[in-house]
Every structure is written in C-alpha cells, then in structure tokens.
Ligand binder design. Structure first.
Ligand SMILES: Nc1ncnc2c1ncn2[C@@H]1O[C@H](COP(=O)(O)OP(=O)(O)O)[C@@H](O)[C@H]1O
Ligand SMILES: [Mg+2]
Length: 382
C-alpha cells in the first residue's frame, strides 16, 4: 500500500504540511488538524474512510521518517478513535506523548484516563481544589479529537434549563420547547462531555443525570412524569466530570454515593516538590530559579503539614496558587507581596497566634527574610 505521511512545520503563524518529497499540501488538511499534529509533535497520514472520503490521522513522527516499510492497518471508521483491539492497545501504550507538557500527571494515570475514555467509561476526576482536574479533563478532550462539549455544573442555577431545555411561548408558534445544548451533546455520537464541578451542582442536576450516566439506562427523561419522552444517549458518548473533593470524602453522603457509583474515579495527585518546581520552571523559564525553588518548598511544606496527624492547617497551597504566585513574581511582585495577596486570604485568621494564617505566615517567613530584612515571627524550628 502506498501511503502519504506529512510533517507539519510552522512558519509565521501558519501551520504548513509537507510530504517527504517536500510537496506542500497545507490546503488539503484542516487547520485544526495541522495545528494539533504540530503541537503534539506528530505526523499526519492520509487515510480513506468509508465512502472514499479522505481524512488525516495522527501518527508518530517516526512514520514520516520511514514510510515505506511500515505495514498499515486500514481504519474501520472515520472517527479518529481506534476500534480494533490491537489498535486500542497501541493507542493507549503510546498515549503518554499526547499529554501536554504543561500538565503534570503520572504516566499510569494519564494512560488510565485515555483508556477509560476510549472504553466509553464515565470518568470522575477527584482531588483538592487547584490540583489540575479541569486541566486534565480538557487535555484529554484535546487529545482525543472527538466532538466535545463543556458544562460548568458548579455555576448552574437552573439545572432543568441547562440539561433539558426551556418551554417558550410566542404568537406564531404558541407554546414550544427549545432543547438545551446538553440534549444536542448527548445525541452527538462519540462526543466527550465535560461536566465540570459536578459535585457542586444543584441536587436536581444529579437527579436528572442519574439515568443519563447509568450504563444500563443511558437516557434523558424530558419530564419527571413517568412515561414522558426520553432521549437516548448516542453510541460512544463519554462523560468526564470533576469533583472538588478527595477520594475519602466522595461516598459520605448517600446521593453522592449513588452518583459516584456511575463513575470510574481517577484521583489527581498533589505534586511533590520536584514536580512543582519542574512545572513552575517550565511555565516561567525567566523567573529566578531560587525564587521558584522557594515557592515549590512553601507549597510542599504546607501540603506535608496538612496531611499530618495533628495538622495545623486543613489543606496545603494548591498548584493553582503556586502558579499564580510565580505569575506575580514574573510581573515584578516580591515573594512577600505575592504571598500576602494569594496565600494568606485562603487561611483563617481567627485565633490570633494559633490561627491557620499565622502558621502559614511562619512558613512563608522562612523564605522572605532576605527580601524584607525584618522578621514577623521567630523562626519556627527546622
Ligand atoms: N497537575 C497540574 N499540572 C499542571 N498544572 C496544574 C496542575 N494542577 C494545577 N495546575 C495549575 O493550576 C491551574 C488550575 O488547575 P485546574 O485544573 O483548574 O484545577 P482544579 O480543576 O483541580 O481545581 C491550572 O490552570 C494550572 O496552571
Ligand atoms: Mg476545576
């Protein structure tokens, strides 16, 4: 079989595609496809789907380097999600390179995330606030090249209109129903639907979603009344939700449990000091390395403290916060100022010297002495 594999290169703000012989084929390939291949460092192979339509499938860059001696399995459908078992296994085992560099997540967890999505599981990302749940969910969606829909469930005041739709009235049509985007989403085959902050959603939303998420049911009822119309969830639709909670908390309430039972749970880990440093350095390469080390240490110390038996603080500083701090350092704020703005307001001030805030201040203080030349507190023991 004669196959065409192209490489995408960037010139200016354009993503150009070239064959091995150097022929420019940019106009044959969608911009989004070229961009995504470029960002993932992958080549694109021309393939033919059912009905003879051609499309471009992402393949490892090595395919571009040695096209002729690779055997190709013809894909079974146009959707860029593998269906054949060998293909699925291959896709999973090579999927770590689809993970964006800016997301810190272990290879095992990332692969499990990809695998769960390919296998059509409902996925629930759990973990503390600001530990990368939404980022991981969005990265998964980007990696899969499937139709996607985003719903911030934490912000919904009226779950019925968000998930089902609204009844309207006008003179010409009389009373009519306009369905929600969610109805469209569940009717889109192979779509990935992100239900962000699901645990903060209105309980009515959970009730509506119960049948939708149940693998034995998979339908949306348009009305509470028994026997009312239902809408089927299309084949291949996968749900990914996020929950601002640790695993230990997830099944404490009854309703939570019924909901959680419908998901494969993937817990996002807190970053260790080294990972935190690596991420911050990657995001802000021009910020002083010593300062980045300090921020990583502060984050790590607060996290370690929060899991101690007699912890003096309930939770450590999140990665979201440490990224914010380094963003402030980048813009010329001092570590002291950055801490004051981003960290302290997150900790309770009541109880004076015994407060959570005082404790966190003491930790930060260890690292800002050089800057301010004055000490707020005596050094806490090392
Ligand atoms: N594991 C992580 N890898 C990379 N960045 C992270 C990670 N965790 C948090 N961040 C940073 O914090 C921000 C907030 O993360 P987010 O995914 O919104 O947290 P969550 O949804 O868990 O509350 C991200 O935009 C990113 O800058
Ligand atoms: Mg989030």
């Amino acid at each position: 079989m004669n196959k065409t594999v192209v490489k995408v290169e960037m010139s200016g703000n354009r993503y150009n595609a070239y064959t091995q012989s150097g022929e420019k084929v940019t106009s044959q390939i969608l911009t989004s496809t070229r961009k995504s291949a470029f960002n993932k460092g992958m080549a694109l192979e021309k393939r033919e789907g059912k009905g003879g339509r051609t499309y471009w499938w992402k393949v490892p860059m090595s395919e571009f380097d040695n096209v002729s001696d690779t055997f190709v399995t013809p894909p079974s459908s146009e959707v860029e999600v593998p269906t054949d078992h060998a293909e699925v296994m291959n896709f999973i085992s090579t999927s770590y390179k689809l993970k964006p560099k800016g997301l810190v997540m272990s290879e095992l967890k990332w692969k499990y995330l990809i695998r769960s999505a390919i296998r059509g599981k409902n996925i629930m990302m759990t973990g503390q606030a600001g530990c990368g749940k939404t980022l991981a969910a969005k990265s998964l969606i980007n990696s899969l090249d499937r139709p996607s829909f985003y719903f911030n469930m934490g912000g919904t005041q009226d779950p019925r209109s968000t998930l089902i739709g609204n009844t309207h009235y006008n003179k010409e049509k009389g009373t009519f129903f306009s369905e929600s985007l969610f109805v469209k989403a569940i009717q889109t085959p192979n779509s990935v639907i992100l239900l962000d902050e699901l645990t903060r959603a209105h309980p009515d939303a959970w009730n509506i979603l119960m049948t939708v998420l149940d693998s034995g049911q998979r339908y949306l009822r348009l009305d509470e009344k028994d026997g009312s119309d239902t809408i089927k969830v299309s084949d291949g639709v996968c749900f990914i939700a996020t929950a601002n909670i640790g695993n230990e908390y997830t099944s404490t309430r009854q309703l939570d449990k019924a909901l959680m039972d419908r998901f494969t749970i993937i817990e996002m880990d807190l970053l260790n000091e080294e990972e935190e440093f690596g991420l911050l350095r990657y995001m802000y390469p021009s910020v002083d390395e010593g300062l980045i080390t300090d921020v990583s240490k502060i984050a790590f110390l607060t996290r370690s403290e929060s899991v101690n038996e007699n912890a003096r603080i309930g939770s450590g500083i999140s990665t979201r916060t440490s990224v914010e701090i380094v963003g402030l350092l980048f813009d010329g704020f001092t570590l002291m100022e950055s801490a004051e703005i981003t960290i302290y307001p997150q900790y309770d001030n009541s109880g004076g010297v015994d407060s959570e805030r005082t404790f966190v201040k003491q930790i930060v203080q260890k690292f800002v002495n050089d800057e301010s030349g004055e000490e707020l507190f005596d050094e806490v023991s090392e």
